[in-house]
Design a protein around this ligand. Structure first.
Ligand code: ARG
Ligand code: ZN
Length: 475
């Protein structure tokens, strides 16, 4: 699902035809160009990347996924995963073949619309050649059967360990930025969102937790239990989880009435009630500040893998080996709006996720009568001009240093500088209008700046340039 995708391409093309500068970035991520040859003549291979210049092989070109049906059987004792992934997609160009992203694991068969297809592997690319080429704009179904021992992504510069990470009793699954390919074949880039069904089979006694809500009760037969979870709102692949293990659960509704599931590894038993209570309170509070909660349930998971980070997995943020405090719960749940409902098209815009979620931590502090966002901003702004935060402009996150502190902290400072410039009333209306205008869709930095300027009636180009794009401390 790529919201507004073709609209953007059309506008940019029109702007080009009319000789005016496009107001959006050129549509380099668009799959089908208006000057493509007519469909009948134009079956050609889909690109091996979706078009994000910073992550050239992430995602793929030529199609748009609407739904993933994942069937996963996992045995913690042997770390063996068996999977069948059914992908519903629409072709955005005529396709002679196309790629999926998949790292490791052995593929035993691929079918396209029920017919056996040829496939080959090259690095993390799975190339599928259907028996019949696929016409532009037609819908098709791909079924991939695979198995093996998933290998998490590890030690890459500053990302730590991510993807499908085995734990003694199950698995910790946190995939930002591109670790979903370690456990199922997919279009592994946030520019293509889709809905998901997860059917996860584990040994009886093990709990499997995925995004969204349970469909029916888990069923047990032959010593195995199958959980069916459904995420019915569009989701980026990096937010998909199938976290498994022994868990203590608390389920119910937030005071505001949103269904909630909190789960903790038994080692964090004493953290369960706080996780449940604070997550409920935060979800309800952000629903007032940022606009209606975008999804059908909320909650959180604490697992016993010491990832050194948390991840805002849609509807169920995952905390890696620590009992979260209210501040980080406020951060991960703010991401449900900023990152999950409103999703970046390119990783360089990551401050739209991390700057907003960090600013939410400051808003939570302010809400609780502790330090105001302004006081936190002032203290950070007083850092010496030599602080590395000023050398790294957060408006363009670097692929080799994606989660740099500047993207978080200076990103959040950008929002405080904006709030100072346009006033509280306009600032908080902007946050609500922003989440409403792009709910379940995609966003860019330019779109945020344009909305801020429209609502405030001010030229904010100098402010955003200084805060987001200059390698120096803004005045
Ligand atoms: N988005 C996460 C957060 O809320 C950070 C994820 C870090 N990912 C990683 N592979 N280290 O801050
Ligand atoms: Zn974050």
């Amino acid at each position: 699902m790529r919201t507004h995708w073709r609209e953007v391409a059309l506008l940019a093309t029109l702007a080009g035809v009319l000789g005016c500068a496009p107001t959006t970035d050129p549509p380099s991520l668009a799959d089908h160009r208006l000057d493509d040859p007519p469909p009948a003549l134009s079956h050609r291979p889909g690109a091996a990347g979706i078009g994000d210049p910073d992550f050239p092989t992430d995602g793929n070109g030529g199609y748009d996924v609407s739904h993933y049906g994942l069937v996963v059987d996992y045995v913690p004792a042997t770390k063996q995963l068996k999977g069948v992934t059914t992908i519903k997609a629409a072709a955005t160009q005529g396709l002679s073949r196309f790629n999926l992203d998949l790292a490791g694991l052995k593929v035993s068969g691929v079918r396209v619309d029920g017919a056996a297809a040829e496939f080959s592997r090259n690095g993390d690319e799975l190339t599928v050649t259907p028996a019949e080429p696929i016409d532009v704009r037609s819908r098709f179904t791909v079924k991939v059967t695979y198995a093996g021992v998933p290998q998490a992504e590890k030690d890459s510069a500053n990302l730590g360990t991510y993807g499908f990470v085995p734990t003694p009793d199950g698995a910790f699954v946190a995939s930002e930025p591109d670790g979903s390919k370690t456990w199922f074949p997919n279009n592994d880039h946030p520019a293509d969102k889709a809905t998901y069904d997860f059917k996860i089979t584990v040994p009886a006694g093990v709990t499997a937790l995925a995004n969204g809500e349970l469909v029916g009760k888990p069923t047990t037969a032959g010593g195995k239990t199958t959980y069916h979870w459904r995420e019915r709102h569009p989701m980026a692949s990096y937010l998909a989880t199938a976290t498994m293990g022994k868990f203590d659960l608390r389920e119910g509704r937030t005071p505001g009435g949103i269904p909630e599931t909190a789960a903790v590894d038994p080692r964090f038993k004493s953290a369960l009630d706080k996780l449940y209570t604070v997550s409920g309170e935060v979800t309800d509070y952000w629903s007032k500040v940022f606009g209606p909660y975008p999804f059908s349930s909320t909650g959180g998971i604490v697992d016993d893998f010491a990832a050194g980070y948390a991840l805002e997995n849609q509807t169920k943020p995952l905390y890696g080996g620590f009992a979260p405090d209210a501040s980080i719960i406020a951060h991960e749940l703010a991401h449900q709006w900023f990152g999950d409902s409103l999703t970046i098209r390119r990783w360089k815009d990551l401050w739209l996720n991390e700057g907003f979620a960090t600013y939410a931590e400051w808003l939570w502090s302010e809400h609780k009568g502790k330090r105001t966002a302004k006081a936190i901003f002032d203290e950070l702004h007083a850092q010496p001009a030599t602080s590395p935060i000023w050398a790294y402009p957060p408006g363009r996150a670097l692929p080799h240093d994606l989660f740099n502190m500047s993207v978080y902290t200076r990103g959040a400072m950008t929002l405080q500088a904006l709030r100072d410039a346009i006033g509280d009333t306009t600032f908080f209306k902007l946050l609500q209008d922003w989440t409403a205008a792009h709910r379940y869709g995609h966003v860019t930095t330019d779109e945020f700046i344009a909305l801020a300027e429209r609502l405030s009636g001010k030229d904010l180009s100098k402010l955003f340039d200084a805060w987001l794009f200059q390698p120096t401390r803004p005045a």
